[in-house]
Design a protein around this ligand. Structure first.
Ligand code: APR
Ligand code: ZN
Length: 269
């Protein structure tokens, strides 16, 4: 496979598209400095998913052994605070502006695709900067950096924060004053907007699968769903092609470089 030809093939397919969709995983934000989950040095290498990926596990660990999670939590706060959308996020916004791409389905909670200017983003695992009231269910989005700064100010104590302090970190519901939590999907909780995301997969003429290991369902079904409905599938991932059974083009590059080159080539079509 000559990479330049694969970039060109992807560009030709996208240039003809009128209703492309993208299904993105943590890899699209890797070049914004946010660690992925399953790569070497990833989140699940530093924290046990059972202790940090489920509500029960998180609450139990923060109550009994906060020191175990706080270093990971503080590092993630720093990376989320410093992160900016990268060329891959902007490339998807450009494809939307060119009338080629309609919808981005993201498994990421970092809000970077919206901040890059995409207008139709389906967040199947929620958004870390949208707070949902545990009592009335209302939710409100907060500016990412302000929110992180506020949390960091409150967690002054380097390694010992009581669970009650953690609860106090979150802003109170502006409607009923009750406790809120980040509106993210933990393991074992209902994934969001699945009908909408499957409809986008079935309706699209091209599916871009970017930066996902394809191990978490139902999001991992989307490229298969798109293929079955007649779409062509383009995979961008420097290490693996989890969708090799349905991909028409595989670009083994990092998302920022690949998407930058693809959009440039689309403009030259
Ligand atoms: N550009 C593109 N892809 C990349 C890059 C990069 N710069 N760096 C890494 N990748 C790829 C990796 O090769 C891997 O296939 O991104 C993928 C990241 O896989 P995961 O870490 O498993 O992340 P993701 O697929 O998004 O996980 C899905 O699992 O833990 C849950 O809720 C969490 O949303 C997450 C879900
Ligand atoms: Zn409320």
């Amino acid at each position: 496979m000559i990479l330049g030809q694969e970039i060109l093939r992807a560009a030709k397919i996208l240039a003809e598209a009128e209703n492309a969709a993208a299904s993105c995983g943590a890899g699209i934000s890797a070049e914004s400095g946010i660690p992925t989950f399953r790569d070497p040095g990833g989140v699940w290498e530093r924290a046990d998913p059972a202790e940090m990926g489920t509500s029960e596990g998180l609450i139990a660990t923060l109550k009994t052994n906060p020191q175990k999670l706080l270093p990971v939590f503080r590092d993630l706060l720093d990376t989320f605070e410093q992160a900016e959308p990268n060329p891959a996020h902007f490339a998807l916004r450009h494809l939307e502006q060119m009338g080629i791409l309609k919808t981005v389905v993201t498994q990421n909670i970092d809000n970077l695709q919206q901040e890059a200017g995409s207008t139709d983003v389906i967040e199947v695992h929620g958004n870390g900067f949208r707070m949902r009231c545990l009592k009335c269910g209302r939710s409100k989005c907060y500016p990412r950096k302000d929110m992180i700064r506020r949390i960091k100010e409150k967690i002054q104590a380097p390694d010992s924060v009581a669970f009650s302090d953690i609860v106090e970190l979150m802003p109170k519901c502006e409607e009923c004053g009750s406790v809120t939590r980040p509106d993210v999907v933990m393991f074992g909780e209902a994934v969001k907007d699945i009908p909408k995301s499957f409809e986008a997969a079935r309706k699209c003429d091209v599916m871009l699968a970017i930066g996902t290991s394809g191990v978490v369902y139902p999001a991992a079904y989307l490229p298969f769903e798109a293929k079955e409905a007649g779409a062509r599938v383009i995979v961008v991932n420097p290490n693996e092609n989890a969708f090799h059974r349905v991909s028409d083009v595989y670009i083994p590059l990092k998302a920022a470089e690949a998407m930058d080159q693809i959009v440039k080539a689309v403009k030259e079509q």
